[in-house]
Structures are given as structure tokens and as C-alpha cells.
Design a protein around this ligand. Structure first.
Ligand code: AMP
Length: 355
């Protein structure tokens, strides 16, 4: 068990993007403070935080001072340098724990972990060089997808292979980075489960959401997803299996492919997740508050869904639609306060509720 943090305590968040911002808002509603650590200037989370440290992850002195100002530290993205975590963990607990980070930072380690748990993943093979790629293609075949093992997000660092792709060209796109080849999954839909595990090991899952991507970026999440009752149960049970195996504390996103043969796990994200933003307007307690509750040692909240929701991401020039969106009934607007609009940049989202 973890002693619940009293109100007024400070939670540290590594990363100052929109996820950090929405975590900070949720923490403030519970009477908690947030301290953001972010290398970039003017982080979106900084607008709503009690304190901000602007320093690189290599700055041990800044990390030490940050950790000393916090009662617990969490993170809003996976790719935090290990050395930075070492400095922080000497001083204050990191939740979720580091095993979840270690596993989710590397697709090969992640797939192996999931498979060892008895979950189904796409066929995969380690691709260190051209010979390994030839072997992998011989075993897995095409269509398949070559992905960098690390630092991939929103479809970046991925190339699809079909039977006319020259393996050397695909490998060149990895720019020398270690990669894995994954068999292409012929899925009917993509869904995700946002799951939480509390300090005493209790697990609570949100209803699975159905995700549609555009250009590798999440476009919409629709809840409820088109799943049978048994698929819904499977999705929740497998998310709980992952949480328990990691002795996890906090919110975790599990992305799944739905196929006639069952659910296939694509990836896990040890943090609040874009496909869980619908919970802000569809649930009694949303994913951000749930994460803060868990890492602060509070009881998990009631994640029951009280509405059907379609979440739509606002990407780049979608910001031009904000005046119209602001007039729409039954639509909640969530903007991230990012100064500069860039193509492909997540600027905000809307939650349209019905039911
Ligand atoms: P990822 O970065 O691994 O989440 O992949 C981004 C998107 O690419 C996924 O949401 C899927 O739409 C698609 N994708 C990734 N891996 C596969 C796969 N093995 N088979 C089919 N589609 C995939």
C-alpha cells in the first residue's frame, strides 16, 4: 500500500505537452499541485502548473532539485533517458514504475513481454541488418511492416513492405536504427482499453474505444466500440493481465487489433492516452484524474461511462474550425494552448456526446 498524499502535495510530471497539461488540471481539481519538467520553452502544461523547470534531461542538478520539490514523479511520454530516471528515483518514487517504461520503450522487448504473458501479438522478428531482414521476410512474408524498435510514435519510423518492395530501400528508411519486422494484421477495427491499477492492486478499466487513424495519427475514438460482449471482456481481462504483470500503478493504454481469430495486442503505453480523451466528457472520473489518484495513493475513482462519445482530434489547420466547433451543441472543446500551428501537430480535441 502507498500512503495517500495529502492535498497540497506536489506531483512532478516529466514532459510538458498536452497530456501533462490535462494531468495538471485534474491534479488541481483534487487540491494537488503539479511541477512540470520540460526541456522545451513554453510547454502547454506550464500554463496550468504550480512550477516549471526548463532544463534538458541530462541536467542532473535540475533533475535533483525537481525531484526534491515533489512527493511523487510521473511522466507523460515513454522515451525518458534512463540516467534521468536514476537521478529522480534516488530521491522520490516514480509511478508507474520503471519496468513499464523499459518494456514500452522498445518494440522488441514489448512484443516479447506480451507474448510471454500468453497474449497474441503480430508475428515479429528482430531486424539488426540486411541479412536479418531477408530472414525475417522469409519467415513472416509480406505484407508486413518494418518499424524502428525505439522512438516511434504516431506511425513515425515505419515502412510497409509488399511483395514489390526492395528490402534494402525499406531498411534505408530506418536510418541505421535497430528495427523489427511485423506481420501485417488484417484487422476489422482497432480498439483500445484505458486501464488503471491502484496502489492496492485494484484494477478499473474504461469501456473500450474504437479508433480510426489518418496518416498514422489518431483521428477519432468512438465509444462504445463495435465489439461483442465476449470481445469486451477479453479486452478488459488482457489489460488487467498486463497491469498485474507489471505491478503497475497508474493509467495504461492498450491498443488492440480486432480480428476473427481474436484480439491482437499492438502496443501498450504506460501513461494516459490520446484514445482515452473521451473519458473527460463520458465518465464520472476521467483518465487524467484516475492516473493522479493512483499515483497519489488515493482510491481509484468511478470510471463508469454515462454517455456515448466521439472524440475527434484537432490537428494543425483544424484549429480554423474552432469558432464553429465552439457553437456546436453537446460538444466539449479541449484546446492545448500551443502557440504555433503546424501540420500534423495535435492542437486540441473535441468530445461530442450523445445517448
Ligand atoms: P503503431 O505506431 O505501432 O501504433 O502503429 C500505428 C498504426 O499503424 C496502427 O494504429 C495501425 O493502424 C497500423 N499498424 C501498426 N502495426 C500494424 C500491423 N502489424 N498490422 C496492421 N496495421 C498495423
Amino acid at each position: 500500500m502507498i500512503e495517500p498524499l495529502p492535498t497540497g502535495s506536489t506531483i512532478g510530471i516529466l514532459g510538458g505537452g498536452q497530456l501533462g497539461r490535462m494531468l495538471a488540471v485534474a491534479a488541481s481539481r483534487l487540491g494537488l499541485r503539479v511541477h512540470i519538467f520540460e526541456p522545451g520553452a513554453q510547454p502547454p502544461a506550464g500554463d496550468v502548473a504550480h512550477a516549471v523547470t526548463t532544463a534538458p534531461y541530462e541536467d542532473a542538478a535540475a533533475l535533483k532539485a525537481f525531484a526534491e520539490a515533489c512527493s511523487v514523479v510521473t511522466y507523460e511520454f515513454e522515451n525518458i533517458p534512463t540516467a534521468a530516471l536514476d537521478v529522480i528515483e534516488e530521491i522520490v518514487p516514480i509511478r508507474p514504475g520503471r519496468e513499464a517504461l523499459r518494456i514500452s520503450q522498445d518494440r522488441l522487448v514489448e512484443k516479447t513481454f506480451l507474448q510471454d504473458l500468453g497474449l497474441t501479438v503480430a508475428p515479429f522478428a528482430d531486424v539488426g541488418d540486411a541479412a536479418a531482414l531477408d530472414d525475417a521476410i522469409a519467415r513472416i512474408g509480406t505484407p508486413s511492416i518494418l518499424k524502428t524498435r525505439r522512438f516511434g510514435y504516431d506511425g513515425k519510423g515505419q515502412v510497409r513492405l509488399n511483395d514489390t518492395t526492395a528490402p534494402a530501400d525499406a531498411l534505408a528508411e530506418m536510418r541505421g536504427a535497430p528495427a523489427i519486422l511485423e506481420g501485417f494484421v488484417d484487422f476489422s477495427i482497432e480498439v483500445s482499453v484505458i486501464a488503471a491499477r491502484g496502489p492496492g492492486g485494484e484494477v478499473a478499466c474504461y469501456d473500450p474505444g474504437e479508433n480510426v487513424h489518418r496518416k498514422g495519427i489518431l483521428h477519432t475514438t468512438t465509444v462504445p466500440a463495435q465489439l461483442s460482449a465476449s470481445q469486451r471482456t477479453d479486452a478488459v481481462l488482457l489489460a488487467a493481465k498486463v497491469l498485474n504483470a507489471l505491478d503497475y500503478v497508474g493509467v495504461l493504454g492498450v491498443e488492440l487489433f480486432v480480428t476473427p481469430q481474436g484480439l491482437i495486442v499492438n502496443e501498450i503505453a504506460p501513461r494516459v492516452h490520446n484514445s482515452g480523451h473521451w473519458t473527460q466528457n463520458g465518465c464520472v472520473v476521467d483518465q487524467f484524474e484516475q492516473h493522479i489518484r493512483a499515483i497519489a495513493g488515493w482510491p481509484l475513482g468511478d470510471g463508469a461511462r454515462h454517455a456515448d462519445v466521439v472524440m475527434e482530434n484537432l490537428i494543425g489547420a483544424d484549429m480554423d474550425r474552432v469558432p464553429d466547433l465552439a457553437r456546436e451543441p453537446r460538444t466539449a472543446l479541449h484546446l492545448y494552448g500551443k502557440a504555433e500551428v503546424k501540420p500534423g501537430r495535435k492542437m486540441g480535441h473535441v468530445n461530442r456526446i450523445s445517448g
